[in-house]
Design a protein. Structure first.
Length: 283
C-alpha cells in the first residue's frame, strides 16, 4: 500500500492499513484486513477523521466475533461514533468526516464494507470489476439515468459525497451479506479518489495486472502525478498467490513487501464458466 500527498495538497488526509496476522496469532481466525480512508474537514481535521476510522475499524474487526457482515458493520458504526464524539469534544474538528472502504479476506472469501467514494476493484483473468459503488451525487444521477458518465466527470458537483463516517447523525455502511470467492492470481485494488479522479480504470488495470504489487502502487502514484495529482493519492494492490509459488517467493532476496502469501486448501478444479474459483486460505 502507498499513500502520497499529491502535487497540490500541503498535507495528507488519507490513511491506509493492511493487517495479516502471523500463524498462531489469535487474530488469525479473522484473516486479513485492508482498508483506505479519505478524510475531509480541513485544518488537519480530515486526517484526524481518517486516522480514527482506520484505527477503530481495525481494532473492532479483530475484537468482535460473529458473522462477518455483523463484524464489519459494527466496526464501521463504531468508527462513525468515534469520529462524531471526537468532533463534539474538539470544536475545531466540527464537521470532519472520512470515506472508508475495507476488504476482509478470510478462508478464501472476500468481504466488502464501504462508505463514500473510495473504491475497491477485483482484477481477474484480465478483466477489472469495481466492487464498491460510489456514494456520490453524480454517481447516483448516472445510475438513475440523469447524467452520462462523461457529464458526471465534468460536473461541478462531482465532489459531493452522499455518505461519510462522522459528520452526519446516521450512516448506513454498505456491507456484503455474502462473500466473493477468490482464486490464485486474483488482484484486489483499493484506492481513494485521488487516484480514480485522474487515472482511468484501464491504466489501473494495466499496472495492477502486469506489475508486482509494490511496483504497481508506485506506477499508479506516478500516473496520478502525471495527471496533476490535485488530491492526496492512496492505493493498495494485493495479488493472491498459489501454494506452488510460495517457495519461490520465500527464496527471493527482496520479496515484494505488499504481497501476502496464500495457499490452497482445496484441490478441486476451478470452474471459470460459473465464476466459482477454488478456495484459498491466507497463511
Amino acid at each position: 500500500m502507498r499513500t502520497d500527498n499529491g502535487a497540490v495538497r500541503p498535507h495528507n488526509e488519507d490513511r491506509v492499513s493492511f493487517v495479516t496476522p502471523q500463524p498462531g496469532d489469535p487474530m488469525e481466525a479473522r484473516g486479513s484486513l485492508m482498508l483506505v480512508a479519505d478524510g475531509m474537514g480541513g485544518h488537519a481535521a480530515g486526517e484526524v477523521a481518517s486516522e480514527i476510522a482506520v484505527e477503530t475499524v481495525r481494532r473492532v474487526y479483530y475484537e468482535l466475533t460473529g458473522p462477518m457482515p455483523h463484524v464489519l458493520g459494527s466496526a464501521f458504526l463504531a468508527a462513525h461514533r468515534a469520529i462524531a464524539d471526537w468532533a463534539k469534544n474538539n470544536p475545531e474538528c466540527k464537521g470532519m468526516g472520512t470515506t472508508c472502504t475495507a476488504v476482509a479476506i478470510c478462508d478464501g472469501d472476500a468481504w466488502l464494507a464501504h462508505v463514500g467514494d473510495s473504491r475497491a476493484y477485483l482484477l481477474r483473468d484480465g478483466a477489472m470489476t469495481q466492487l464498491s459503488e460510489d456514494q456520490t451525487l453524480v454517481a447516483q444521477m448516472v445510475r438513475e439515468g440523469q447524467l452520462s458518465p462523461e457529464e458526471a466527470r465534468n460536473s461541478p458537483v462531482s465532489n459531493v459525497i452522499l455518505q461519510a463516517l462522522g459528520p452526519n447523525a446516521e450512516v448506513v455502511p454498505v456491507v456484503w451479506s455474502e462473500p466473493l470467492k477468490l482464486a490464485a492470481d486474483d488482484v484486489v485494488v483499493l484506492c481513494t479518489d485521488g487516484l480514480t479522479g485522474v487515472v482511468p480504470d484501464r491504466i489501473i488495470a494495466q499496472h495492477a495486472g502486469t506489475l508486482p504489487p509494490d511496483e504497481a502502487c508506485e506506477a499508479l502514484i506516478h500516473a496520478a502525478h502525471a495527471g496533476g495529482a490535485p488530491d492526496n493519492v492512496s492505493v493498495g494492490v494485493f495479488r493472491l498467490m498459489a501454494a506452488t509459488d510460495l517457495s519461490t517467493a520465500d527464496e527471493s532476496p527482496n520479496p515484494a513487501g505488499t504481497t501476502r502469501r496464500v495457499k490452497y486448501v482445496s484441490d478441486e478444479a476451478t470452474d471459470r464458466s460459473s465464476r466459482q474459483p477454488r478456495k484459498v486460505n491466507l497463511s
